[in-house]
Write a protein that binds this ligand. Structure first.
Ligand code: C2O
Ligand code: CU
Length: 473
């Protein structure tokens, strides 16, 4: 296998020769000149073999009959046009998670567009400013629509590809299946909603219960991990291997081993790893998920082929990926805002943060005291208004007994402190996992105007009220 053997780019239609009508109407800019990728998505019920041939197929909701949906892969600076047709029994949208899109293309129902009703279509079109690992998913009836299988990888390649042997994407899914592999349902259960959320019983990689992942000794793999689960947090340990984290939520970071040897990914979070396959030919080593205490399990085996190692000497560790054009916040002069997270069960002792009276309305969680349950998204008022172009710091105080992966739409932000301590690496993210009782500060330049959702990505927390909007004017 040749070094830097790159994945196929055949799905990228290069603009030119007048093939793409409409291109000429746009000003010729750096990005418009480099290409457009057109994709058609049909969101509809379908069938998937999640658990393998010894089980019946599972009735899922899928994009183009697949779960995960088709992978989008394009080069940094090019454009994508996605025509989405809804053949689901419910309304839907697509949100391009982590991609810094113009507000109108964000797929936030009632905030940036009316939801796409059954049998209707909507066309998204935008340029991709940042390279990295992103994903897409619906943003209406999120616990159920994502829980039934709607998600997909969205990969933006760097102009200079990383010199690795293979570029692999693992979309991690989590399902709650019955014995016959059908989906158990139970979405929006108040009890689970007020605790860790709808954590399933069957974990998949790229829509299949994994068994073994074949590797060759000596090869270097870029592994793009995407947590597409509705609620499950992963903590992955690569027994006998030393992964290097090279990007988080698509954004480059100083290559470093994960904290405690474990790659922690809350819902919606991504990590790009470089894995040097250092074990012996013919050996097999497990990747385990040890996040929840007492519930560790083996995700998959890395199964080495019997071939001799690909190279005699290991390569030099990868250099940091070149930075994306995210503006640097001016911390000293930033506007500061406080954000509090409250609600949920306190270890079975009742509701915390003064939310006890809200049980009846379906609201169990709040941001700055305001709860927006799923049905109320049409009536959201911004919790914060930021001045366009100004740097801002949000100090997010998790006053609950649970983890919350908090996501800001339309932006990547720097995580600058955790409980008052500066973070070790220059960490850029679009979703930050905040442990119980932690206060986390994030900073960004409010350069992307519009109303942007800010919510927890444990989807039944979101549905249970942990949803808000930040306005940038
Ligand atoms: Cu991944 Cu509000 O979304
Ligand atoms: Cu949450």
């Amino acid at each position: 296998m040749a070094l830097a053997n790159r994945v196929s780019r055949r799905s990228l239609l290069l603009a030119g020769g007048g093939a793409i009508a409409g291109m000429a109407l746009r000003p010729i800019g750096l990005w418009a000149a480099s290409g457009i990728l057109e994709k058609h998505f049909v969101a509809a019920p379908g069938q998937a073999s999640l658990a393998g041939p010894s089980y019946p197929e599972t009735a899922v909701w899928a994009y183009n009959g697949q779960t995960p949906g088709p992978e989008i892969r394009l080069s940094q600076g090019s454009r994508v046009r996605a025509v989405v047709k809804n053949q689901l029994p419910k309304d839907t949208t697509i949100h391009w998670h982590g991609v810094r899109v113009p507000n109108a293309m964000d797929g936030a129902p009632y905030v940036t567009q009316p939801p796409i009703q059954p049998e209707e279509s909507f066309t998204y079109e935008f340029a991709v400013p940042d390279a990295g690992t992103y994903w897409y998913h619906p943003h209406a009836h999120s616990p159920e629509e994502v829980g039934r299988g709607l998600n997909g990888a969205f990969i933006v390649e760097e102009p200079e590809p990383l010199p690795v042997d293979r570029d692999i994407v693992w979309v991690l899914g989590d399902w709650r299946l019955e014995e016959d592999a059908s989906i158990a349902g139970g979405f929006n259960s108040p009890m689970e909603m007020s605790m860790a959320g709808w954590v399933g019983n069957t974990v998949t990689i790229n829509g299949r219960v994994p068994d073994r992942f074949p590797v060759r000794g000596g090869e270097w793999i870029r592994l793009r991990l995407i947590n597409a689960a509705p609620a499950r947090i992963f903590g992955l340990e690569f027994t006998g291997h030393q992964p290097l984290v090279i990007a988080l939520d698509g954004q480059p970071i100083e290559p470093h081993p994960p904290d405690g040897g474990r790659v922690v990914l809350g819902p919606a979070m991504r990590a790009d790893l470089v894995l040097d396959m250092t074990s012996r030919p013919g050996s097999s080593t497990p990747v385990t998920d040890t996040f929840y205490k007492g519930l560790a399990y083996k995700l998959v085996d890395l199964a080495y082929t019997d071939e001799p190692p690909l190279r005699a000497k290991p390569l030099a560790p990868p250099a940091k990926l070149s930075p994306n054009p995210t503006p640097e916040p001016d911390i000293a002069n930033a506007q500061r805002h406080e954000v509090t997270l409250t609600g949920g069960m306190m270890g079975g002792m009742g509701m915390g943060g003064g939310m006890g009276g809200m049980m009846g309305s379906g609201a169990m969680w709040a941001i700055n005291g305001v709860a927006v349950p799923g049905g109320d998204m049409a009536h959201m008022k911004p919790i914060l208004t930021l001045t366009r172009g100004r740097s801002c710091i949000l100090a997010i105080d998790n006053q609950t007994a649970w983890h919350h992966p908090m996501h800001v739409h339309g932006y990547s932000f720097g995580v600058i402190t955790r409980n008052g301590r500066p973070t070790k690496y220059r960490e850029w993210r679009d979703t930050v996992l905040i442990p119980p009782r932690e206060r986390t500060e994030i900073a960004f330049v409010a350069d992307n105007p519009g109303d942007w959702m800010f919510h927890c990505h444990i989807l039944d927390h979101q549905e249970g009220g942990m949803m808000s909007v930040i306005r940038v004017t």
